[in-house]
Design a protein around this ligand. Structure first.
Ligand code: UDP
Ligand code: MG
Length: 316
Protein backbone atom coordinates (compact mmCIF):
# COMPACT_ATOMS: atom_id res chain seq x y z
CA UNK A 1 0.00 0.00 0.00
CA UNK A 2 1.30 3.45 -0.85
CA UNK A 3 1.50 5.82 2.09
CA UNK A 4 -1.49 8.16 2.40
CA UNK A 5 -1.42 11.84 1.54
CA UNK A 6 -1.96 13.65 4.82
CA UNK A 7 -3.21 17.21 5.17
CA UNK A 8 -2.79 18.85 8.55
CA UNK A 9 -5.23 21.74 9.00
CA UNK A 10 -4.43 24.45 11.54
CA UNK A 11 -6.66 27.42 12.35
CA UNK A 12 -4.56 30.40 13.39
CA UNK A 13 -5.85 33.53 15.06
CA UNK A 14 -3.20 36.00 16.21
CA UNK A 15 -0.63 33.24 16.47
CA UNK A 16 2.49 35.13 15.36
CA UNK A 17 4.40 33.95 18.44
CA UNK A 18 3.35 30.33 18.30
CA UNK A 19 3.46 29.73 14.55
CA UNK A 20 7.23 29.67 13.97
CA UNK A 21 7.67 27.13 16.76
CA UNK A 22 4.70 25.09 15.55
CA UNK A 23 5.95 25.13 11.97
CA UNK A 24 9.37 23.92 13.06
CA UNK A 25 7.87 21.04 15.04
CA UNK A 26 5.64 20.07 12.13
CA UNK A 27 8.51 20.22 9.66
CA UNK A 28 10.47 17.76 11.79
CA UNK A 29 7.42 15.61 12.29
CA UNK A 30 6.39 15.38 8.64
CA UNK A 31 10.03 14.86 7.56
CA UNK A 32 10.19 11.92 9.91
CA UNK A 33 6.86 10.55 8.75
CA UNK A 34 7.92 10.73 5.11
CA UNK A 35 11.27 9.13 5.93
CA UNK A 36 9.50 6.29 7.67
CA UNK A 37 7.15 5.84 4.75
CA UNK A 38 4.09 6.71 6.84
CA UNK A 39 2.88 9.55 4.64
CA UNK A 40 3.30 10.61 1.04
CA UNK A 41 5.84 13.40 0.35
CA UNK A 42 3.04 15.45 -1.24
CA UNK A 43 1.39 15.81 2.17
CA UNK A 44 0.65 19.37 3.25
CA UNK A 45 0.20 21.58 6.27
CA UNK A 46 -2.68 24.00 5.69
CA UNK A 47 -2.41 27.15 7.80
CA UNK A 48 -5.68 29.07 7.94
CA UNK A 49 -5.34 32.67 9.02
CA UNK A 50 -8.65 33.45 10.68
CA UNK A 51 -8.55 37.21 10.11
CA UNK A 52 -5.67 37.80 12.51
CA UNK A 53 -4.79 41.35 13.45
CA UNK A 54 -1.12 40.65 14.06
CA UNK A 55 1.63 39.44 11.73
CA UNK A 56 0.27 35.90 11.43
CA UNK A 57 -0.25 36.17 7.69
CA UNK A 58 3.30 37.43 7.13
CA UNK A 59 4.60 34.45 9.05
CA UNK A 60 2.45 32.09 6.97
CA UNK A 61 3.54 33.71 3.69
CA UNK A 62 7.16 33.35 4.66
CA UNK A 63 6.68 29.72 5.62
CA UNK A 64 5.00 29.02 2.31
CA UNK A 65 7.74 30.73 0.33
CA UNK A 66 10.41 28.72 2.13
CA UNK A 67 8.72 25.34 2.04
CA UNK A 68 6.03 24.21 -0.38
CA UNK A 69 4.52 21.83 2.15
CA UNK A 70 3.08 24.82 4.02
CA UNK A 71 -0.08 26.13 2.40
CA UNK A 72 -1.58 29.44 3.43
CA UNK A 73 -5.27 30.29 3.51
CA UNK A 74 -6.27 33.81 4.48
CA UNK A 75 -9.83 34.45 5.55
CA UNK A 76 -11.13 37.95 4.94
CA UNK A 77 -12.28 38.38 8.52
CA UNK A 78 -12.40 36.54 11.81
CA UNK A 79 -14.99 33.76 11.65
CA UNK A 80 -14.00 31.74 14.71
CA UNK A 81 -12.18 28.51 15.36
CA UNK A 82 -14.84 26.13 13.95
CA UNK A 83 -15.41 28.03 10.73
CA UNK A 84 -11.70 28.50 10.14
CA UNK A 85 -11.24 24.77 10.52
CA UNK A 86 -14.13 24.17 8.16
CA UNK A 87 -12.50 26.46 5.59
CA UNK A 88 -9.23 24.54 5.79
CA UNK A 89 -10.98 21.20 5.54
CA UNK A 90 -13.09 22.32 2.58
CA UNK A 91 -9.96 23.36 0.72
CA UNK A 92 -8.25 20.06 1.56
CA UNK A 93 -11.13 17.83 0.55
CA UNK A 94 -10.49 15.84 -2.59
CA UNK A 95 -6.75 16.39 -2.43
CA UNK A 96 -5.79 14.02 0.35
CA UNK A 97 -6.42 10.58 1.84
CA UNK A 98 -6.83 11.89 5.36
CA UNK A 99 -6.82 15.17 7.23
CA UNK A 100 -5.77 15.93 10.79
CA UNK A 101 -6.97 19.07 12.55
CA UNK A 102 -4.89 20.53 15.36
CA UNK A 103 -4.62 23.89 17.13
CA UNK A 104 -1.79 26.25 16.33
CA UNK A 105 -0.53 26.32 19.91
CA UNK A 106 0.57 22.66 19.95
CA UNK A 107 -1.13 22.02 23.29
CA UNK A 108 -2.04 18.71 21.74
CA UNK A 109 0.88 16.34 21.46
CA UNK A 110 1.85 16.08 17.79
CA UNK A 111 3.36 12.66 18.40
CA UNK A 112 -0.17 11.32 18.78
CA UNK A 113 -0.37 11.67 14.99
CA UNK A 114 1.69 8.51 14.68
CA UNK A 115 -1.11 6.77 16.54
CA UNK A 116 -3.71 8.45 14.32
CA UNK A 117 -2.00 7.20 11.18
CA UNK A 118 -1.64 3.75 12.66
CA UNK A 119 -5.38 3.56 13.38
CA UNK A 120 -6.13 5.00 9.95
CA UNK A 121 -3.98 2.28 8.39
CA UNK A 122 -5.98 -0.27 10.34
CA UNK A 123 -9.16 0.99 8.75
CA UNK A 124 -10.52 3.70 11.06
CA UNK A 125 -12.26 6.59 9.30
CA UNK A 126 -12.39 8.82 12.35
CA UNK A 127 -9.64 8.89 14.97
CA UNK A 128 -10.24 11.02 18.07
CA UNK A 129 -7.40 12.48 20.04
CA UNK A 130 -8.41 12.15 23.67
CA UNK A 131 -6.67 13.86 26.57
CA UNK A 132 -5.61 11.32 29.12
CA UNK A 133 -5.69 13.94 31.88
CA UNK A 134 -6.35 17.60 32.41
CA UNK A 135 -3.73 17.97 35.08
CA UNK A 136 -2.05 20.87 33.36
CA UNK A 137 -5.20 22.90 32.76
CA UNK A 138 -6.12 25.45 35.38
CA UNK A 139 -8.64 24.27 37.98
CA UNK A 140 -11.22 26.62 36.53
CA UNK A 141 -10.84 25.43 32.93
CA UNK A 142 -10.90 21.83 34.05
CA UNK A 143 -14.08 22.05 36.12
CA UNK A 144 -15.99 24.17 33.61
CA UNK A 145 -14.96 21.93 30.73
CA UNK A 146 -15.91 18.76 32.56
CA UNK A 147 -19.22 20.22 33.70
CA UNK A 148 -19.88 21.09 30.08
CA UNK A 149 -19.35 17.51 28.87
CA UNK A 150 -21.66 16.21 31.59
CA UNK A 151 -24.45 18.65 30.73
CA UNK A 152 -24.07 17.93 27.03
CA UNK A 153 -24.41 14.22 27.66
CA UNK A 154 -27.54 14.79 29.73
CA UNK A 155 -28.99 16.86 26.94
CA UNK A 156 -28.50 14.04 24.52
CA UNK A 157 -25.49 15.23 22.53
CA UNK A 158 -23.11 12.39 21.85
CA UNK A 159 -19.70 13.85 22.66
CA UNK A 160 -16.41 12.03 23.05
CA UNK A 161 -15.22 12.78 26.57
CA UNK A 162 -12.14 15.01 26.76
CA UNK A 163 -11.80 15.16 23.01
CA UNK A 164 -11.29 18.61 21.52
CA UNK A 165 -10.78 19.23 17.86
CA UNK A 166 -7.65 17.15 17.46
CA UNK A 167 -8.70 14.35 15.17
CA UNK A 168 -8.08 12.50 11.95
CA UNK A 169 -10.73 12.12 9.28
CA UNK A 170 -10.45 9.88 6.25
CA UNK A 171 -11.25 11.34 2.85
CA UNK A 172 -14.74 9.86 2.86
CA UNK A 173 -15.48 10.90 6.44
CA UNK A 174 -14.36 14.40 5.53
CA UNK A 175 -16.58 14.45 2.50
CA UNK A 176 -19.52 13.26 4.58
CA UNK A 177 -18.88 15.91 7.22
CA UNK A 178 -18.68 18.64 4.60
CA UNK A 179 -22.09 17.61 3.29
CA UNK A 180 -23.67 18.87 6.52
CA UNK A 181 -25.46 22.05 5.56
CA UNK A 182 -25.65 23.82 8.89
CA UNK A 183 -24.24 27.24 9.47
CA UNK A 184 -24.16 27.04 13.28
CA UNK A 185 -21.52 24.43 13.69
CA UNK A 186 -20.36 22.40 16.57
CA UNK A 187 -17.87 20.03 14.99
CA UNK A 188 -17.26 17.97 18.11
CA UNK A 189 -20.89 16.99 18.16
CA UNK A 190 -21.23 16.55 14.41
CA UNK A 191 -18.35 14.13 13.87
CA UNK A 192 -19.91 11.36 16.03
CA UNK A 193 -23.06 11.68 13.89
CA UNK A 194 -21.08 10.46 10.90
CA UNK A 195 -20.88 6.87 12.01
CA UNK A 196 -18.02 4.99 10.32
CA UNK A 197 -15.36 3.07 12.15
CA UNK A 198 -13.78 5.16 14.89
CA UNK A 199 -10.75 4.85 17.14
CA UNK A 200 -9.29 6.83 20.01
CA UNK A 201 -5.69 7.79 20.69
CA UNK A 202 -4.74 9.06 24.14
CA UNK A 203 -2.18 11.78 24.76
CA UNK A 204 -1.08 14.26 27.39
CA UNK A 205 -2.14 17.83 26.82
CA UNK A 206 0.55 20.38 27.45
CA UNK A 207 0.82 24.14 27.79
CA UNK A 208 0.50 26.55 24.92
CA UNK A 209 3.93 26.90 23.23
CA UNK A 210 3.56 30.69 22.98
CA UNK A 211 0.99 33.49 22.97
CA UNK A 212 -2.18 33.38 25.00
CA UNK A 213 -5.51 31.57 24.90
CA UNK A 214 -8.02 32.89 22.39
CA UNK A 215 -10.83 31.39 24.42
CA UNK A 216 -11.70 33.68 27.30
CA UNK A 217 -14.66 32.75 29.52
CA UNK A 218 -17.07 34.73 27.35
CA UNK A 219 -16.17 32.70 24.27
CA UNK A 220 -16.30 29.47 26.27
CA UNK A 221 -19.86 30.16 27.38
CA UNK A 222 -20.87 31.08 23.84
CA UNK A 223 -19.23 27.87 22.67
CA UNK A 224 -21.13 25.77 25.21
CA UNK A 225 -24.44 27.42 24.27
CA UNK A 226 -23.69 26.77 20.61
CA UNK A 227 -23.00 23.13 21.40
CA UNK A 228 -26.23 22.65 23.28
CA UNK A 229 -28.54 24.53 20.97
CA UNK A 230 -27.03 23.20 17.75
CA UNK A 231 -27.28 19.54 18.68
CA UNK A 232 -30.26 19.10 20.89
CA UNK A 233 -33.94 19.90 21.11
CA UNK A 234 -34.06 18.77 24.68
CA UNK A 235 -34.26 22.21 26.33
CA UNK A 236 -37.58 22.64 24.51
CA UNK A 237 -38.77 19.29 25.81
CA UNK A 238 -38.01 20.43 29.32
CA UNK A 239 -40.30 23.44 28.86
CA UNK A 240 -43.07 21.11 27.71
CA UNK A 241 -42.43 18.87 30.69
CA UNK A 242 -42.45 21.81 33.06
CA UNK A 243 -45.76 22.94 31.58
CA UNK A 244 -47.30 19.53 32.06
CA UNK A 245 -46.02 19.50 35.64
CA UNK A 246 -47.49 22.95 36.32
CA UNK A 247 -50.83 21.93 34.83
CA UNK A 248 -50.85 18.85 37.02
CA UNK A 249 -50.06 20.94 40.08
CA UNK A 250 -52.84 23.24 38.92
CA UNK A 251 -55.31 20.36 39.13
CA UNK A 252 -54.15 19.57 42.66
CA UNK A 253 -54.45 23.25 43.55
CA UNK A 254 -57.92 23.33 42.00
CA UNK A 255 -59.05 20.53 44.26
CA UNK A 256 -57.57 22.29 47.28
CA UNK A 257 -59.19 25.57 46.27
CA UNK A 258 -62.60 23.93 45.77
CA UNK A 259 -62.41 22.16 49.11
CA UNK A 260 -61.49 25.43 50.82
CA UNK A 261 -64.34 27.17 49.01
CA UNK A 262 -66.92 24.59 50.11
CA UNK A 263 -65.68 24.78 53.69
CA UNK A 264 -66.05 28.52 53.53
CA UNK A 265 -62.40 29.29 54.49
CA UNK A 266 -61.99 31.71 51.63
CA UNK A 267 -62.40 35.36 50.87
CA UNK A 268 -64.40 36.52 47.86
CA UNK A 269 -62.59 36.05 44.54
CA UNK A 270 -59.69 34.04 45.93
CA UNK A 271 -60.85 30.72 44.47
CA UNK A 272 -61.25 31.91 40.89
CA UNK A 273 -57.98 33.84 41.05
CA UNK A 274 -56.02 30.87 42.36
CA UNK A 275 -57.46 28.49 39.77
CA UNK A 276 -56.73 30.80 36.86
CA UNK A 277 -53.15 31.43 37.97
CA UNK A 278 -52.23 27.76 38.18
CA UNK A 279 -54.20 26.32 35.33
CA UNK A 280 -53.49 29.14 32.91
CA UNK A 281 -49.81 29.19 33.84
CA UNK A 282 -49.49 25.48 33.20
CA UNK A 283 -51.42 25.70 29.95
CA UNK A 284 -49.29 28.56 28.75
CA UNK A 285 -46.06 26.72 29.42
CA UNK A 286 -47.39 23.65 27.67
CA UNK A 287 -48.44 25.69 24.67
CA UNK A 288 -44.99 27.28 24.55
CA UNK A 289 -43.37 23.88 24.71
CA UNK A 290 -45.61 22.62 21.95
CA UNK A 291 -44.78 25.54 19.70
CA UNK A 292 -41.16 24.97 20.64
CA UNK A 293 -41.38 21.40 19.40
CA UNK A 294 -42.37 22.68 15.98
CA UNK A 295 -39.76 25.42 16.02
CA UNK A 296 -37.24 22.72 16.90
CA UNK A 297 -38.38 20.66 13.93
CA UNK A 298 -38.05 23.65 11.64
CA UNK A 299 -34.62 24.29 13.09
CA UNK A 300 -33.46 20.77 12.35
CA UNK A 301 -34.95 21.01 8.85
CA UNK A 302 -33.05 24.18 8.08
CA UNK A 303 -29.79 22.41 8.85
CA UNK A 304 -30.25 20.38 5.66
CA UNK A 305 -28.24 17.53 7.05
CA UNK A 306 -27.69 14.52 4.83
CA UNK A 307 -30.27 11.80 5.38
CA UNK A 308 -27.70 9.07 5.09
CA UNK A 309 -23.96 8.71 4.87
CA UNK A 310 -22.63 6.09 2.51
CA UNK A 311 -19.93 3.81 3.79
CA UNK A 312 -19.67 1.35 0.94
CA UNK A 313 -21.48 0.52 -2.28
CA UNK A 314 -20.72 -2.81 -3.90
CA UNK A 315 -21.61 -2.93 -7.56
CA UNK A 316 -20.22 -4.15 -10.81
N1 UDP B 1 -8.73 30.27 16.80
C1 UDP B 1 -9.23 30.70 15.58
N2 UDP B 1 -10.16 31.71 15.56
C2 UDP B 1 -10.63 32.30 16.72
C3 UDP B 1 -10.13 31.83 17.96
C4 UDP B 1 -9.19 30.81 17.96
O1 UDP B 1 -8.86 30.20 14.53
O2 UDP B 1 -11.47 33.21 16.64
C5 UDP B 1 -7.72 29.18 16.83
C6 UDP B 1 -6.46 29.49 17.58
O3 UDP B 1 -5.51 30.14 16.77
C7 UDP B 1 -5.98 28.09 17.97
C8 UDP B 1 -7.29 27.34 18.18
O4 UDP B 1 -8.29 28.11 17.50
O5 UDP B 1 -5.26 27.46 16.93
C9 UDP B 1 -7.64 27.17 19.63
O6 UDP B 1 -7.53 28.36 20.35
P1 UDP B 1 -6.83 28.46 21.77
O7 UDP B 1 -5.60 27.61 21.79
O8 UDP B 1 -6.64 29.89 22.09
O9 UDP B 1 -7.94 27.84 22.71
P2 UDP B 1 -7.71 27.05 24.11
O10 UDP B 1 -6.71 25.97 23.83
O11 UDP B 1 -7.22 28.04 25.08
O12 UDP B 1 -9.06 26.51 24.44
MG1 MG C 1 -4.97 26.13 23.02
Amino acid sequence: MTPPILFIVIPCYNEQEALPITAKRLTELTDDMVARGLIDPSSRVVLVDDGSRDATWDVISRLHAADARFEGVKLAHNVGHMNALWAGMTLSSGRCDCVISIDADLQDDVNAMYGFLDEFGKGADVVYGVRSSRRRDTWFKRTTAQGFYKIMRKLGADLVYNHADYRLLSARALEALLSFGEVNMFLRGMVPLLGFKTAEVYYERGERVAGESKYPLKKMIAFAMEGITSLSNKPIRYVLLLGALCALLGVVMAIYVLVSLVRGHTVQGWASLMMSIWLLGGLQLMALGLIGEYVGKIYMETKRRPKFILEEHLKS
